[in-house]
Design a protein around this ligand. Structure first.
Ligand code: ADP
Ligand code: ASP
Ligand code: MG
Length: 451
């Protein structure tokens, strides 16, 4: 059986009309048997707001009301909707109960359960929209197959078990009906609900496509494919017809929100082609991500990742005693800090830390305990409000003239750090958050719009 997995993001399932458009896309191709859905647009943000402790009751009730309104706007459009309405009611009640519990005490496992309810509502509603169009469709609880560890908020998928459970519990059902399942969520070995991190539905879909050995994975979103940069930042950004796994993975890693950073890994492991297109305008085509592409260009795209922290460590010890860096990285590893970019000088090392995707906000990554431990052997300076801009391409490190072209247009800007040479696919610079959008637009003009 040839199988296509189709994932729809939040705006694609925002309301009844959007879901109906997506259903038409799926039903037009009988090979599309598994649908992975995000929560309807805005719902996860509302659930994150509800998960805060100590919310004034009026605010909690207002958030509940907004979530219910989004679900009910869809329920009300469905024919014969009693069963669906009852299922949604019971999930809304669960949202109410869990959010009340969280008011008294923060709890990571309960927070993940709360966040999972957006996708659970969407899958029930989306399956009903398919049935309203005459298809045989059901919602499938992905927690039966998407096994993760217990790292709530950013759980690690257990690939072997996901494959085993998907083959046993999900694949047989796909022969007789379309199944609509949830992105973003999973369950640990004790059956506790987990989440894969914000934007994780792309990753879920890729994991399921891998487990089911699908022929292709479709990511349907609100733009007609992967562009040369975020079209919101550069109005002249162009769609890319075909891109390699390597290039797409670099873009996702360096912040192109169009794909969750881990999405490409399962597709590479199983050699699954990925298509990215717009559910609002499927006729516009989109981007194919493939193992190999013809004539990969030197400049492929510009990506932006906001919310970066720069940590500068200064120590005279660095001059004479070997092992300073080893000690520093061991300390960071003990505190579960993953380092992103690094540059060093004689007595300084500068590193960037990525805060995006962490549910904890801002400086929380850098705990007092970590800073104290580091200050025992060096002076620590921390700078926030920075953004990472990456030029993504091919043979960047070995093509003459690239730095000249990039830096000549950045004269008005203060570049805080540069990383070039480690990968032939990127050149990264760190700039102040306030200048980031301008830097992206300027680079895009110079590299992609110049005659
Ligand atoms: P979904 O909810 O469907 O997962 P996202 O909002 O997560 O959608 O991702 C789509 C958004 O990604 C687009 O609206 C666009 O603003 C942003 N984006 C960032 N970089 C790019 C890029 N290079 N090409 C296309 N879109 C991009
Ligand atoms: N609903 C989740 C989020 O908003 C997951 C996703 O949309 O990919 O982060
Ligand atoms: Mg997304």
């Amino acid at each position: 059986m040839s199988l296509i997995v189709a994932k729809f993001g939040g705006t694609s399932v925002a309301d009844y009309e959007a879901m109906a458009r997506c259903a038409d896309i799926v039903l037009a191709n009988p090979s599309t048997r598994l649908v992975v859905t995000s929560a309807s647009s805005g719902v996860t943000n509302l659930l994150v707001a509800l998960a805060q402790t100590g919310l004034p009751e009026s605010q909690r009730l207002a958030l509940l009301k907004q979530i219910a309104a989004i679900q009910y706007a869809i329920v009300d459009r469905l024919p014969h909707n009693d069963e669906v309405a009852a299922a949604i009611d019971s999930l809304l009640t669960r949202i109410d109960v869990v959010s009340q519990q969280l008011q008294h005490e923060a709890d990571k496992a309960l927070t993940d359960e709360l966040l999972s309810l957006g996708e659970r509502c969407a899958s029930i509603l989306f399956a009903a929209v398919f049935r309203a169009k005459g298809a045989v469709a059901e919602a499938f609880d992905v927690r039966q197959v998407l096994r993760t560890d217990s790292h709530f908020g950013k759980a690690e998928p257990q690939i072997g078990q996901i494959r085993e459970f998907s083959q046993k519990l999900l694949l047989p059902g796909l022969a007789s009906r379309l199944l609509v399942t949830q992105g973003f969520i999973g369950a640990d070995a004790d059956g506790h609900t987990t989440t894969l991190g914000r934007g994780g539905s792309d990753y879920s879909a890729a994991l399921l496509a891998e487990a089911l050995e699908a022929e292709a994975l479709q990511i349907w979103t609100d733009v007609a494919g992967i562009y040369t940069t975020d079209p919101r930042l550069a109005p002249n950004a162009r769609p890319i017809a075909e891109i390699s796994f390597n290039e797409a993975a670099e873009m996702a890693t360096f912040g192109a929100k169009i794909l969750h950073p881990a999405t490409i890994l399962p597709a590479v492991r199983q050699q699954i082609q990925v298509f990215v297109g717009s559910s609002k305008a499927s006729e516009k085509g989109g981007t194919w991500i493939r193992h190999q592409v013809n004539n990969p260009p030197v400049y492929r795209a510009v990506a932006l990742r906001r919310d970066q922290t720069l940590m500068n460590l200064h120590s005279l010890q660095m001059l004479h005693s070997p092992g300073f860096l080893a000690e520093t990285f061991a300390t960071l590893a003990r505190h579960k800090i993953s380092v992103d970019l690094i540059t060093t000088s004689e007595v300084n090392v500068a590193l960037t830390l990525d805060k995006t995707g962490s549910q904890s906000s801002g400086q929380c990554l850098l705990t007092e305990a970590l800073l104290q431990e580091l200050s025992q052997h060096c002076r620590v300076r921390v700078e926030d409000n920075l953004a990472l801009v990456a030029v993504i391409g091919n043979q960047i490190a070995s093509t003459p003239g690239i730095c000249q072209r990039v830096f000549s247009v950045l004269a008005p800007h203060n570049v805080r750090l540069i990383c070039q040479g480690a990968s032939s696919h990127n050149l990264c610079i760190l700039v102040h958050e306030a200048e980031a959008a301008d830097v992206v637009a300027t680079l895009h003009r110079a590299l992609f719009e110049a005659p």
